[in-house]
Design a protein around this ligand. Structure first.
Ligand SMILES: Cc1ncc(C[n+]2csc(CCOP(=O)(O)OP(=O)(O)O)c2C)c(N)n1
Ligand SMILES: [Mg+2]
Length: 360
């Protein structure tokens, strides 16, 4: 009897372009990006690192609500996003606020989302995305539907969705990929494998050696990339996008990455499930350090340039939190009004009661 698993797992080699010293180790795969684009990518990663630091501080001061830290995952989040076009549609998980911001969501609205304010979910026209999904894996089935819709309308765009390593254990993960595969829908499925689902290590979540190989069962390509290498992440996503808009169907991309902070700011203690050694191993691979070295060697980045980005980020964050503070507080009537297109009669009655109360 032939056993099919043998020979499959070995095929999922990690794609890397820049090693941790910022040296090109895979010239052939080097993406065709201009100097300006390379600098923009660094700008976004530095900005997003600052946004993470400020968001954590604001959360501790009680000025933000729900927040899932992003430091460590910048290459994985922004490298995938950089391969997209404005018309592409993002279906993010709760940790994927940076992609939304670089897709056009105003910062003050991201802060309102964190506070549970309805306006944080009212994306401006042209920001093609859903709000961050809290239900693990649910965005995968939605992405299949959005992608099929794009295909039916003859659009040359893609739906991209993000989950974590833990998300690959959910039924929705398979259903979404299977559906998109069966219809050759233009979807890109990203798994940001940051090694833990809250406190559960990757090894305890599945017997599969890679998460990308889960693509085999639904007949679509699966790729493993170094998620700390922004050029590798970008190149893999760009290729997946090309395939998708050429009618060749979806791709699953697993990015190997790490979150430096806690799972969320709601109180988990990562020292109970991760060692210092593990943290420092991953910090050595830091996506910003690596890309900075690469750009510096090309004469494209300097400390001065970096400081400019840091100052700009801090200023814009300060202004955005002020805008969030000044936005009218959410009322119960807002909540009711934003739940349904047509209100059920019981809520209509309640709406009247609250409108009356709020008018006093
Ligand atoms: C369907 C569902 N089950 C359980 C949870 C609780 N939960 C929130 S985050 C999380 C872990 C997810 O880990 P992973 O997919 O690796 O994403 P990460 O947080 O590491 O980015 C769990 C189990 C949930 N939100 N939804
Ligand atoms: Mg995880």
């Amino acid at each position: 009897m032939k056993r099919t698993l043998e020979g499959i797992e070995e095929q999922f080699e990690m794609l890397q372009i820049l090693n941790e010293n910022g040296e090109v180790v895979n010239e052939e795969a080097l993406p065709d990006l201009s100097d300006e684009e390379l600098k923009e990518l660094m700008h976004r990663m530095v900005y997003t690192r600052i946004l993470d630091q400020r968001s954590i501080a604001l959360n501790r001061q009680g000025r933000l609500g729900f927040y899932a830290p992003t430091a460590g995952q910048e290459a994985s989040q922004l490298g995938t996003h950089f391969a997209l076009e404005k018309e592409d549609f993002i279906l993010p998980g709760y940790r994927d606020v940076p992609q939304l911001i670089w897709h056009g969501l105003p910062l003050y609205q991201a802060f309102l989302f964190s506070r549970g304010h309805f306006h944080g979910n009212q994306f401006p026209e042209g920001v093609n995305a859903l709000s961050p999904q809290i239900i693990i894996g649910a965005q995968y089935t939605q992405a299949a539907g959005v992608a099929l819709g794009m295909k039916r309308r003859g659009k040359k765009s893609v739906a991209i969705t993000y989950t974590g390593d833990g998300g690959t254990s959910q039924g929705d993960f398979y259903e979404g990929m299977n559906f998109a595969g069966a219809y050759d829908a233009p979807a890109i499925f990203i798994v940001q494998n940051n090694q833990f689902a809250i406190s559960v290590p990757r090894e305890k979540q599945t017997k599969a050696k890679t998460l990308a190989q889960k693509a085999v069962a639904v007949g679509i390509p699966g790729v493993v990339v170094d998620g700390m290498d922004v050029l590798a992440v970008y190149a893999a996503t760009k290729e997946a996008r090309e395939r998708a808009i050429n009618g060749e169907g979806p791709t699953l991309i697993e990015t190997l990455t790490y979150r430096y902070g806690p799972h969320t700011m709601a109180g988990d203690d990562p020292t109970r499930y991760r060692t210092e050694d593990m943290n420092s191993e991953w910090e050595k691979q830091d996506p910003l350090v690596r890309f900075r070295k690469y750009l510096e060697a090309k004469g494209l980045w300097s400390e001065e340039e970096e400081n400019k980005v840091i100052d700009q980020a801090k200023e814009e964050i300060k202004a955005a939190i002020k805008d969030a503070d000044n936005y009218p507080k959410m009322k119960v009537s807002d909540l009711i009004n934003n739940m349904y297109e047509v209100l059920p009669s019981n809520l209509e009655e309640q709406l009247e009661v609250y409108k009356e109360k709020e008018s006093k």
